[in-house]
Design a protein around this ligand. Structure first.
Ligand SMILES: [Fe+2]
Ligand SMILES: [Fe+2]
Length: 169
């Protein structure tokens, strides 16, 4: 009998088609995190004005978390016998997080962050549903990451509320 190292659950031969589909979902998640890191670096440095400070500090903290998420997705891709994609496979999508015309336009940044976090929340909910009954390790990891993204979005929704209250958004 040959030695079987991967005979159970998502790692089994009979799950290889679903495993491939999951790897593709994780690769997309990986790119979303990488692009978010790029966008948050730019938007944590570009803004001008006294009101920008809170946003800058908040995004600086998020950069490290999003980078950590990218690494978690990459590690899971490998554990599932996939390959972490190279940079040439990257396609940018975050049109809403490009630098605003005026660097004092904080509302533009806040709305862009909310859109990025919402995109992540939608995609990660999809992975959680896909992995249900199939791969609890990935599901558990993505639930935790989803929790982070929900926290990020909630914080920026609060910032937007403040601007709305003052008639600035
Ligand atoms: Fe993230
Ligand atoms: Fe986030």
């Amino acid at each position: 009998m040959p030695v079987r190292n991967a005979a159970e659950g998502i790692l089994s031969d009979e799950k290889s088609a679903q495993r491939q589909e999951l790897i593709e979902l994780l690769q997309r998640a990986y790119w979303m995190e990488i692009e978010t890191v790029m966008s948050y670096i730019a938007n944590s440095i570009n803004p001008d004005g006294v009101r920008a400070q809170e946003i800058i500090e908040s995004l600086e903290g998020d950069i490290q978390e999003e980078l950590g998420h990218a690494q978690q997705f990459a590690k899971r891709i490998k554990e599932l016998y996939g390959v972490v994609p190279g940079s040439l496979e990257f396609t940018a999508e975050q049109s809403y997080l490009q630098p605003p015309e005026h660097q004092t336009d904080i509302v533009h940044v806040i709305k862009g962050v909310i859109e990025a976090e919402t995109g992540a929340i939608e995609h990660y909910n999809r992975i959680i549903e896909f992995t249900d009954g199939l791969d609890y390790v990935t599901q558990d990891m993505v639930i935790e990451i989803l929790h982070d993204e929900e926290g990020h979005r909630r914080l920026f929704e609060g910032y937007l509320r403040e601007y709305e209250t003052e008639g600035l958004a």
